[in-house]
Each structure stands twice: as C-alpha cells, then as structure tokens.
Ligand binder design. Structure first.
Ligand SMILES: [Zn+2]
Length: 79
C-alpha cells in the first residue's frame, strides 16, 4: 500500500491559506499547489493491523518546482 493510494487522478490545483496567510512556495515563490492526503503510518499500528486508526496529513505539492510542504491540518483552498 503506497502513501498516495486512493487519490483522484487529477488532483485539484489551487492556492491555499492557513491562519489567513497565503501559502507561498519557499523555493520558487509559486502560489499554486496540488494537495494530497497522506497517511501518517506508524510501524506499531501497521503491525497490529490498525492502519485505519492512523491520522492523515496534507501534502501540498508546488505545481512549479514540485517541492512538498507537509501540514498536519488541512489548509483551506482559496477560491
Ligand atoms: Zn515551488
């Protein structure tokens, strides 16, 4: 099971904000990201078959340079 399983084929691309601050790629300054939910697996939970109990995080992937930013809480899309 890969960490990017169960993702839509064409992830929604948007600008995002967290705590009313727009998220900007620190590498290239781009403001557009793909967002993916990523399972935060722990080896103990996986060993006991409780993968479903692990939390997910949000990975924002810069559409320009592909840098990945991780967020524990999902940022809000700016429409
Ligand atoms: Zn970037």
């Amino acid at each position: 099971m890969g960490i990017f399983d169960k993702q839509p084929k064409d992830p929604f691309i948007s600008a995002y904000k967290l705590f009313d601050k727009k998220i900007i790629c620190p590498n290239c300054g781009n403001e557009k990201f793909q967002v993916r939910d990523v399972l935060l697996n722990t080896s103990a939970m996986t060993f006991f078959g409780f993968d479903w109990a692990n939390r997910t995080a949000s990975a924002l992937i810069c559409t320009s340079c592909t840098r990945i930013e991780w967020y524990f809480d999902k940022p809000n899309a700016i429409i």
